[in-house]
Write a protein that binds this ligand. Structure first.
Ligand code: BJW
Ligand code: ZN
Length: 247
């Protein structure tokens, strides 16, 4: 399953970057965005995933996020998440750069997680910026309000047109520049600036491998694509990595 070129790289890996998207969590039961089963089939991104949409109709946007928070409260990391956490025992430095907001990498035990699009565990007031936990939210009466100032509370996620968190972005760029091996997992690679990361890492010398059941916008720009589900491929990659490292 691993090419000779991929295998040959493994013993020299000091820094590994896993860059993940919604497909990473598909086998945990979390919907992807695009494609046949994606949530954008049912909901329009421009009506839900922008600040303008939120201000236009906060209750509608909250209905969508309340539903997704509920889904996330009942899902578990899958064998793919666990395999990535396991890679930390094999290489000196492992970074997970994720576009996902589901917290599943941390729950699987990954230590260096850089969240580019926020985290659904957190919320904040758009006026006073006060952070609000999920436990502190009252979602029964439409869009929740801040207890300090009465402002609207929003989920701490990154919508279209918003800047990515600067610290997570800077740490990601640095890791991409240091990486010897870069795995792009379960992302369609169409959302920017996240989609620039595989190219940045490859330009700095990393061997870039994509893992996805389908070819994507990134496929022409990686060293190889392994076609398959991450929950099945990644445990096998770990097994083969261990064999290469024992040689
Ligand atoms: C499996 C699998 C299995 C299935 N195993 N794999 C024109 C050109 C270029 C850029 C732009 C443009 N117009 C606007 C922009 C900028 C815009 C952008 O990129 N738009 C493009 C869509 C055109 N980007 C932004 O606005 C970003 N900010 C920004 O640029 O700031 C600068 C700026 C400021 C002011 C003005 C203008 C610019 C912010 C982007 C924020 C993205 N937010 C979302 C929502 C997060 C919150 C939430 O979840 O509700 O992030 S959108 C959504 O897409 C989400 C995801 O993180 C992101 C990426 O999606 P992902 O993860 O790749 O999922 P899918 O569904 O696309 O793919 C899943 C893949 O899994 C598929 O390939 C499957 O095959 C695969 N798969 N099963 C492995 N078992
Ligand atoms: Zn407030």
């Amino acid at each position: 399953m691993l090419s000779d070129a991929f295998r040959a790289r493994i013993p020299g890996v000091r820094c590994l970057v896993a860059f993940t998207g919604a497909g990473m969590s598909a086998e945990s039961g979390v919907s992807t965005f695009r494609g046949e089963d994606g949530i954008w089939q049912k909901f329009k991104p421009e009506e839900l995933a922008s600040f303008d949409a939120f201000i236009r109709n906060p209750s509608l946007v909250w209905e969508w996020y309340a539903h997704r928070k509920k889904v996330l409260s009942s899902v578990e990391p899958n064998p793919g998440h666990l395999a990535l956490a396991n890679m930390e025992t094999l290489f000196p430095e492992v970074h997970v750069i994720t576009q996902n907001i589901d917290n599943l990498h941390r729950r699987a035990g990954s230590q260096r997680v850089h969240e580019l699009h926020g985290n659904l565990q957190r919320n904040y007031c758009i006026d006073c910026r006060n952070p609000v936990s999920n436990e502190g939210l009252d979602l029964d009466a439409g869009a929740p309000r801040c207890r300090q100032c009465g402002g609207l509370i929003r989920p701490d996620v990154i919508w279209f047109g918003e800047l990515l968190p600067l610290d997570a972005w800077d740490r990601s760029i640095e890791a991409c520049r240091r990486a010897d091996l870069f795995l792009s997992i379960g992302t369609s690679g169409v959302v920017y600036p996240a989609a620039t990361l595989p190219g940045i890492s490859r330009g700095a010398g990393a061997y870039v491998v994509e893992i996805n059941p389908e070819y994507t916008a990134l496929s022409d720009f990686v060293d190889e694509t392994i076609l398959g589900k991450s929950g099945e491929i990644l445990p096998e990659v770990v097994r083969l990595m261990k064999i290469e490292l024992r040689k």
